[in-house]
Design a protein around this ligand. Structure first.
Ligand code: 9MR
Length: 333
């Protein structure tokens, strides 16, 4: 939701919440909405012409995140020449269906055009960052509920990732991106987004310290995205709810932004339920987004990580998520 509506919409959703006697919702978005929450998906503009894809997107999901269409190498491949066409198609679709939009991503070390990588001075690169954020967030101003402003600035050990931004600008590149985003679209909620930060550990501690410092110094930040990619090496941590809660206590909202779990069957379903229940246990965890509409076009297609299969059938994971959402206590506001 946009900043100006922040206090009102959850309150209304809370008041309208289903009584215990009401029928359980039969889509992920309706089940989430009954508890004052939003359930979304990452989506691709190129698939909007696929009727099965779009039908599932529209039926199940209340928030849309463009998968690649807003990334720097797509949207500003040539300096100063912005191509908003694919992202605009996704936003038009989302708006026509009443979905929220999560912009992704303004500044990230990956998917950069070569002209950015080739800027060799810190001052020059900072100017490019500011112009990029202004150009992109300015173009979409008023249409974005949440921006992933920065992705993945830390390594798994909690050090700053060695990126072109880190090397040439230094630590301040992250806050510079947030300041530029706030200036370009003051109504959007601004999020930091990272992976393998779902439980306690050096990486989530580093993000926690960044957020604590931003809040203390008044650098604009509204939310933290936990990508929530799970697999056999990175299982859903037992302390996930506790970790989300400590971030919330800093005064930011917490979101699952790219939730997926590799595997299949009941094992996958149980892990999904565990992750969703961790979010549901935290009052400020009001948005959950899976990393794609179905396994068919997943970024991790061989590992079938989504609740909906390649034929758009509902997997055990779908029902475990739906049941968890339907059983949830409404988010207070
Ligand atoms: O899903 C995205 C995939 O289509 C791209 O090829 C890939 C390129 O890096 O990025 C994927 O999305 C990533 C997201 O933007 C940030 N978190 C990790 C995601 C999976 O790699």
């Amino acid at each position: 939701m946009r900043k100006s509506l922040g206090a009102v919409v959850p309150l209304l959703a809370g008041l309208l919440v289903a009584s215990p006697a009401s029928a359980a919702a039969s889509s992920l978005k309706d089940a989430a909405a009954a508890g004052g929450r939003v359930f979304g998906a990452v989506a691709q503009a190129a698939r909007l012409g696929d009727a099965d894809y779009t039908k599932t997107l529209d039926h199940e999901f209340g928030q849309l995140t463009p998968e690649n269409e807003m990334k720097w190498n797509v949207i500003e491949r040539v300096r100063g020449k912005f191509d908003f066409a694919a992202a605009d198609r996704l936003l038009d679709h989302a708006e026509s269906r009443g979905m929220e939009v999560r912009g992704s991503v303004l500044v990230w070390h990956s998917q950069l055009p070569s002209w950015v990588i080739n800027i060799d001075s810190g001052a020059g690169l900072l100017t490019a960052v500011r112009e990029h954020v202004d150009g992109v967030a300015g173009h979409f101003k008023g249409r974005i509920d949440y921006w992933n402003v920065v992705n993945e600035a830390f390594t798994d050990s909690g050090a700053r990732r060695n990126s072109v931004f880190q090397e040439r600008i230094g630590d301040s590149w992250v806050e510079e991106a947030f300041l530029a985003a706030e200036a370009a679209d003051p109504g959007a909620r601004l999020c930091y987004n990272d992976y393998y930060t779902d439980g306690y550990g050096p990486k989530s501690d580093a993000v926690y310290e960044l957020v604590r410092d931003f809040v203390a110094r008044g650098v604009p930040i509204d939310c933290v995205g936990f990508q929530a990619h799970f697999n056999s090496d990175h299982r859903v941590p037992a302390d996930m709810g506790k970790n989300l809660q400590r971030f919330a206590e800093l005064g930011v909202d917490v979101h699952l932004t790219e939730l997926d779990v590799t595997g299949s069957g009941e094992v996958q379903a149980a892990a999904y339920a565990q992750a969703v229940n961790a979010c549901l246990s935290v009052p400020r965890c009001t948005v959950m987004t899976v990393s794609g509409v179905s396994d068919k076009f997943s970024w991790n297609v061989a590992r079938t990580p989504l609740p909906i299969d390649s034929d758009y059938g509902r997997k055990p994971a779908y029902y475990s998520v739906l049941d968890a959402l339907n059983a949830a206590v409404p988010a207070p506001k």
